[in-house]
Design a protein around this ligand. Structure first.
Ligand code: SF4
Length: 375
């Protein structure tokens, strides 16, 4: 068996070199690739079509090519994705699934049809009332439409059997990830906040079978050694994503270990286990219906705060960090509610505004240092 550090380094390298990693996977498997905007795209359908789903989560370079299409107050994820698309970085993709959770994404669906028509934009629209039977039926029909558009873009047929097999693989992947995030927090010396993030993100750029095998091997290797004795304070991250690495490095520097997360780029992707009944499309719609506490899916009960309190209790965490991506409206709307609820129960909460392209993290260093001292 490989050394744990080598297993970690391999996955971190994948996350740090996304285009190279996807191209390598394409060459090795002979598969095409399809881009997936954040979040909850039906990746199982892409996999069932014999292609690799590729996560499109912005990047460290925002550039200025997107200025023709977006206002300055649009989020950096969409602007970076658009800059890269206009530059031709995504020309190897056969199609791109774009979700419609916010105004910026809705504009992206129309903008990209004009700006990069060769990328075959496929909109993904989720129902507001996703828990009603009508909402589930709408979503199943939406999956069927996306299936047809993928078949056209990839020049293939997606069979029911292939969808069932892909769904089973994704359920195995999600189960492995739930175990990984549970285990990783016990080894802050081996897996600090930055490595934890990269290991999870690597799934966006690899063939899912290969990634799941690697993560299971890593879990097995970790469980074979004793959990680390550490006196670090435990924190939970919530938000869309926690980047860049320079920001995450500050947690380790200040003796803080991430024991759990409620990040759209991380645990929200895999924390919901599908109900056992029904075919794959029904179970996929059920997973969306059962996803609670996410700012991108309508939640009239606003259960995010209660979920964070449960997470805090489960992991005996000391505090929560609200990672607010600048100009991300759905996340901004949730913050006042979460803040009030954390204050009511006395959970320390740190609000941090981040951008993927931050020049300096010095101000954040001071704030995180202070938070660590308060804890
Ligand atoms: S505003 Fe938020 S939800 Fe909308 S595209 Fe940007 S990051 Fe995604």
């Amino acid at each position: 068996m490989k050394h744990i550090n080598d297993m970690i380094a391999e996955l971190v390298d994948v996350a740090n070199h996304p285009v190279r990693s996807v191209r390598t996977a394409m060459e090795r498997t002979g598969k095409k690739a399809v881009g997936c905007f954040p979040i909850y795209t039906p990746d199982e359908l892409i996999h069932a079509a014999g292609a690799i789903p590729v996560g499109m989560w912005g990047g460290p370079e925002m550039g200025n090519l997107s200025d023709r299409y977006y206002q300055t107050f649009c989020c950096s994820v969409v602007k970076a994705n658009t800059h890269q698309a206009l530059r031709g970085d995504y020309d190897f993709l056969s199609a791109v699934l774009v979700t419609a959770y916010c105004d910026t994404l809705k504009c992206t669906i129309e903008n990209w049809k004009v700006a990069v028509p060769h990328l075959n934009v496929i909109p993904v629209v989720y129902p507001q009332n996703r828990k009603l039977e009508a909402g589930r039926q709408f979503l199943i029909e939406e999956f069927q439409r996306i299936r047809k558009e993928l078949e056209k873009a990839l020049e293939t047929t997606i069979t029911d059997e292939a969808i069932e097999e892909s769904f089973a693989l994704y359920e195995a992947y999600r189960k492995a990830m739930r175990t990984f995030v549970d285990v990783a927090g016990r080894y802050p010396g081996l897996i600090d906040a930055t490595a934890r993030h990269a290991i999870i993100k690597a799934a966006c750029f690899m063939d899912k079978e290969e990634y799941t095998d690697k993560i299971n091997a890593l879990i097995e290797a970790l469980e074979a050694v004793s959990a680390e004795e550490h006196g670090q304070k435990k924190i939970i991250l919530t938000g869309l994503l926690a980047e860049p690495d320079e920001f995450l490095d500050l947690f380790g520097e200040n003796g803080l270990v991430v024991v759990a997360d409620d990040l759209a780029q991380e645990s929200r992707q895999f924390r919901v286990e599908a109900a056992a009944e029904g075919d794959a499309l029904t179970r996929m719609a059920g997973r969306i219906a059962d996803q609670d506490g996410c700012s991108f899916l309508y939640d009239d009960e606003k259960s995010r705060g209660a979920m964070l309190i449960d997470l805090k209790n489960k992991y005996n965490a000391d505090g929560i960090v609200y990672c607010q991506l600048k100009f991300c409206d759905p996340e901004e709307f949730d913050y006042p509610i979460v803040k009030r609820e954390m204050e009511e129960v006395g959970i320390p909460l740190l609000y941090i505004e981040i951008e993927q392209q931050m020049d300096s993290v010095e101000q954040l260093r001071t704030r995180i240092q202070t938070f660590a001292e308060i804890l």
